[in-house]
Design a protein around this ligand. Structure first.
Ligand code: THU
Length: 159
């Protein structure tokens, strides 16, 4: 029997320790929480993606009375980015969330389906996506969706 040990690094920053670009991206994710349509969960998630050319595309969760028809903030942002700027790879994704009591204290973490989509975008552009998870207590940073989704399923898994 062999053991495989995985090594994942999560950097924990205070907001003022981030670069100006990253802080801007996190702030855009926070603002994007106000674009959420979360009538059912009252959980408002914002996402902001920084593209290779430096531009920013935002997304926010959109819910529907038929629950599965809604979509998470991360995927609205990533799909909008690819639909509007298909030639631009995604460099960084920032996520923030609040509930009816305000912004979350702890960094918010993407759901499994969003992790899979982030990974798919990395695979498409052959470019790791840095992920910034905002919470009032600080910002977690990981270098790739692979750090959030080990043993993942990608295109090459089928070959
Ligand atoms: N949600 C997101 O937007 N992103 C996540 O990664 C987790 C969950 C949304 C989906 C739904 O509208 C609400 O949060 C509650 O699950």
């Amino acid at each position: 029997m062999n053991e495989i040990k995985l090594n994942i690094t999560i950097k924990h920053y205070q907001l003022d320790e981030l670069s100006a670009d990253d802080r801007e991206l996190v702030e855009r994710a926070v603002q994007a929480t106000y674009n959420a349509y979360a009538e059912y969960s009252h959980f408002y998630v914002g996402a902001a993606v920084r593209l290779a050319d430096g531009s920013i595309v935002i997304g926010a969760n959109q819910e529907n009375a038929a629950f599965p028809s809604g979509l998470c903030a991360e995927r609205t942002a990533l799909f909008a980015a690819q639909a509007n700027h298909p030639d631009q790879s995604v460099h960084t994704l920032a996520i923030a969330a609040r509930n009816d009591n305000g912004l979350l204290d702890d960094p918010v973490s993407p759901c499994g389906a969003c992790r899979q989509v982030i990974l798919g975008v990395e695979d498409r552009y052959k470019q790791p996506i840095r992920i910034l998870l905002y919470g009032k207590k600080g910002v977690y940073s990981v270098m790739s969706a692979k750090d959030l989704l080990p043993l993942s399923f990608v295109d090459s898994s089928m070959k």
